[in-house]
Write a protein that binds this ligand. Sequence first.
Ligand SMILES: NC(=O)CC(=O)C(=O)O
Length: 267
Amino acid sequence: MRASLIQIAVDRDEPVDSRRRRAAALVREQRGSALVVLPELWTVGAFAYDSFEAEAETLDGPTRRAMAEAAADAGVWLHAGSVVERAADGRLFNTSLVFSPEGRLAGVYRKIHRFGFDKGEAVMMAAGEELVTVRLPDATLGLGTCYDLRFPELFRGLVDAGADLLVVPAGWPERRRAHWTLLARARAVENQAYVLACSTAGTHAGVEQAGHSTVVDPWGEVLAEAGAGEEILAVDLDPKRPAESREQFPALKDRRLGLAPPVVRGS
Ligand SMILES: NC(=O)CC(=O)C(=O)O
């Protein structure tokens, strides 16, 4: 099962329409892959907060249309990264879209953990509330986005729902690159699942992006890692590997759920 991660560069100088056309062309070039992944907010830039309102789109917007066509033309499952979604009630969400090889919208995930603490995404966007998995013929995708990677309970929830291939589009900044690789490997090891972590390259809103998209296997080994610039990372995955790994080293079965709350001792 070939997976291709498109680490597209998001530079402020390139108009969104141009990048959308370029992304669609790159997806079409991945014919033969089973799964293609784009990063978080690659249209506008994850840190380009001042463009969120202007570039927000509905789930019928230009990115959905372009990506549905590209997935169908290439005949691939496409995790099209995320867009700034304007919901019917006017709220904005950081929303990931997954398409089937026929171009059908097969999954919609609204980022649950918003980044920025008291500014940016954290105040401009609403939080998603639902965990989302998408069943492919040979694997079950579990969806998370960027900052979500820091929250292990989300991914454990996805694994409990059957996920064995965790897909994390991101616009990760270079200054926290050490966390990116470490967290991707941690989520893979603790869940005995593949992790496909696809970040943007380039610099927008003054934030240098990490690039270094990474594919980690269920044993925590890094199968492939991109450099800093625009790049396609193509990796062959064995869909049986997560189940085999969980069978051979059945740590997930040793979980102790439902323990009593901690006893606080001392004065
Ligand atoms: N941009 C994000 O969503 C997450 C991030 O930057 C981090 O360090 O975490």
